[in-house]
Write a protein that binds this ligand. Structure first.
Ligand SMILES: *Cc1c(COP(=O)(O)O)cnc(C)c1O
Length: 243
């Protein structure tokens, strides 16, 4: 695809990739989370308009940095957007995150459970939470160990101000598709085990611009896509971190 292709063409191309992968896997199409890091509020508003015109009621957008998100959320206030935090969350940002976002996908330690629950504003519904799993056991990555998922999930489920919805992962970018797919398959097993214990668990967030087909083949219910929707990021924004 040419680098300068219009946002509408990029959105169509991503939607087609998702639909094709889902039908090949004989699964329902996953939700699309548009990853807006390094993009300004105007770019997000343009994509939002396209998604609304395509018939989505409340498109999902993801942000890595609480501070960066705050300005965009304010700029788009009143528009029908579901906001997801997908970057690493520092405990001292939990209050702001609990007030700003509809979902936090990066809960990976017990301390965040209490902090998010305590700071979720009373006038808002429960904060939707995904437990982030370090599925490739990488030193540098955020996320809990797979064996820690049950205890963390129990803690989230016990908080009335939080809603346990599932799991999220950022597998290592193996050049080998079969290695990538194996990591997604491990996530699916963890997700199915969790869903068997908690009927409200319905979300497995995995797959990005380069590997969404493999993630969908292994049962992703939400894919997080930046580059394929917005075009290449400037080098400084290529990181997948958070605060
Ligand atoms: C940046 C980012 C994405 C999107 O990555 P692309 O390769 O641009 O699609 C998805 N998930 C997380 C956690 C990210 O930080």
């Amino acid at each position: 695809m040419p680098q300068h292709s219009a946002p509408g063409e990029r959105l169509q191309a991503v939607a087609l990739r998702i639909d094709n992968a889902a039908s090949r896997a004989d699964r329902p199409a996953p939700r699309l989370l548009a990853v807006g890091k390094t993009r300004d509020a105007g770019e997000l508003a343009a994509l939002l308009a396209l998604r609304l015109a395509a018939g989505e009621a409340r498109p999902a957008f993801g942000e890595n940095y609480v501070q960066e998100a705050a300005g965009k959320i304010e700029a788009l206030a009143g528009r029908p957007v579901e906001w997801h935090l997908i970057g690493h969350l520092q405990s001292n940002k939990a209050r702001q995150a609990a007030a700003l976002f509809d979902w936090v996908q990066t809960l990976d330690r017990p301390k965040l459970v209490a902090a998010l629950a305590r700071h979720r504003p009373a006038e808002r519904g429960p904060l939707n939470v995904l437990v982030q799993v370090n599925i490739d056991d990488e030193d540098s990555k955020q996320g809990c160990r797979p064996e820690d998922v049950p205890a963390l999930a129990d803690a989230v489920a016990a908080e009335p101000r939080l809603a346990l919805r599932g799991l999220m992962a950022i597998p290592a970018p193996h050049p080998e598709p079969s290695r990538r797919r194996a990591a997604f398959a491990r996530m699916r097993a963890a997700f199915e085990a969790l869903a068997a214990r908690y009927p409200q668990v319905d979300t497995l967030s995995m797959g990005m611009s380069d590997d969404l087909e493999e993630a969908i083949a292994e049962g992703a219910t939400m894919v997080r896509v930046g580059t394929a929707l917005f075009g290449p990021r400037p080098a400084a924004g290529a990181r997948t971190g958070g605060e």
